[in-house]
Design a protein around this ligand. Structure first.
Ligand code: CMP
Length: 140
């Protein structure tokens, strides 16, 4: 298995409830290393670009409004099989369907406000990381 990097966002419902440390503890316990991390206020343009793939979806407006409603923590996670590992740790998009022990099962209140984002492929991870990080900001 290869060492990979994936992109993570701790969403506004996480920062609002002071859950940054609690979510990071789950991430680190799963063996993923947080090699880049920054707390930012996402602009509307950044959110629209980031979620461009969903722009025809009925929930797009709601998603952009939510992601810009408060601070988020953008992260680069590194580890063996990091993309798939983090998706497992996050749990299903809809917290009602997420497995016990996953971040979304433990912390999320709805499919919209689902606490975390994680890349769905190594290729998309590279694109997503490049939107928010410069090489010097990631220290493995
Ligand atoms: P994320 O992994 O960040 O990628 C797209 C996001 O769209 C997803 O997490 C959810 O938060 C959000 N999403 C998916 N389905 C819905 C929905 N039915 N209503 C609101 N938001 C949704």
């Amino acid at each position: 298995m290869a060492t990979e990097r994936t992109f993570s966002i701790l969403k506004p419902d996480a920062t609002k409830r002071n859950l940054t440390g609690a979510v990071n503890a789950v991430i680190e316990k799963a063996g993923l290393r947080i090699v880049g991390q920054r707390r930012i206020q996402m602009s509307q343009a950044q959110a629209e670009t980031f979620y461009a793939i969903h722009k025809e979806r009925p929930f797009f407006g709601e998603l952009v409004t939510f992601m810009t409603s408060g601070p988020v923590v953008v992260q680069v996670l590194e580890g063996e099989n990091a993309v798939a590992k983090y998706r497992e740790v996050m749990g299903a998009t809809n917290p009602a369907q997420a497995a016990e022990g996953t971040i979304r099962k433990t912390f999320s209140e709805s499919v919209g406000e689902n606490t975390v984002h994680g890349s769905d492929s190594v290729e998309n991870a590279k694109i997503e990381i490049a939107q928010f990080f410069q090489d010097g900001d990631i220290v493995g």
